[in-house]
Design a binder for this molecule. Structure first.
Ligand code: 13P
Length: 256
């Protein structure tokens, strides 16, 4: 079964409610419509989610950037998966490199978060990827394998099938540097192979695996032409509505 390409913006800690709404208006009124042949989501800051829910075009689904694994309780400052589902979130990014490295999230926390997101009826976007030192030591595949197996450990093959993985090499995030499309394809192919060994071929053939890290309108097509790369998770270049539309058009063009 062919997997539809998926363009997801990760806004990180950018945009007030007003700025998020201005983005939604701009893509809704864009002279170039978002192509219908691909799927979309934007992962907005928590504060903007409720307002964005009714402002985004119908085909752009609401995403969040993190979730806590407990349903409720004395966890000052945290937001649960259940709360996110309640405001209309469909996709939750889990284990982003900034969560792993700036906030020290462990594989165990990430596994619990992935599970909590699925239990709440949403789809996890599990981020995996090596840092520069690991790449130089030739440990890329083993790091991605460990993070993938650990992150998906509590999911059934059916739950894995509708999940998303984002391969984001840490050294490529926000740096302007990227692996070549061939290189990213090789890593993503091996992540898919790991999923197949652990969860079976239906899950492996259905799960969408994205590339992320310094994706721009000018370089996205090369990644999207690869057979195993099912879309992209875009930070900086997803903030501007015209750039988001350009990414969408380039993705749709490459997918043909
Ligand atoms: P950039 O696209 O800004 O490099 O960020 C990538 C990323 O971290 C998306 O989650």
């Amino acid at each position: 079964m062919a997997r539809r390409k998926f363009l997801m913006g990760n806004w990180k800690m950018y945009k007030t409610v007003g700025e998020a709404l201005a983005f939604a208006t701009a893509i809704s009124e864009s002279k170039t419509p978002l192509p219908e042949s691909i799927d979309y989501a934007v992962a907005a800051p928590f504060t903007a989610l409720y307002a964005l829910r009714s402002a985004l075009p119908e085909n752009v689904l609401l995403g969040a950037q993190n979730a806590y694994f407990e349903q409720e309780g004395a966890f000052t400052g945290e937001v649960s998966a259940r709360m996110l589902a309640d405001v209309g979130v469909k996709y939750v990014i889990v284990g982003h490199s900034e969560r792993r490295h700036v906030f020290d999230e462990s594989d165990e926390w990430i596994r619990k978060k992935v599970h909590a997101v699925v239990q709440a009826g949403m789809l996890p976007v599990l981020c995996v990827g090596e840092d520069l030192r690991q790449r130089e030591l030739n440990h890329t595949l083993r790091v991605c394998e460990r993070q993938t197996l650990s992150g998906l450990a509590e999911l059934t093959p059916e739950q894995v099938a509708s999940s998303v993985i984002a391969y984001e090499p840490v050294w490529a995030i926000g740096s302007g540097q990227t692996p070549s499309p061939d290189d990213a394809e090789g890593v993503i192919r091996s992540i898919r192979h790991v999923v197949e060994q652990e969860k079976g071929s239906v899950a492996a053939n259905s799960i969408r695996i994205l590339y992320g890290g310094s994706v721009k309108p000018g370089n996205i097509a090369g990644f999207m032409q690869q057979v195993n790369i099912d879309g992209s998770l875009v930070g900086g270049a997803s903030l501007d509505p015209a750039s988001f539309v350009d990414l969408a058009v380039a993705t749709a063009g490459a997918a043909q």
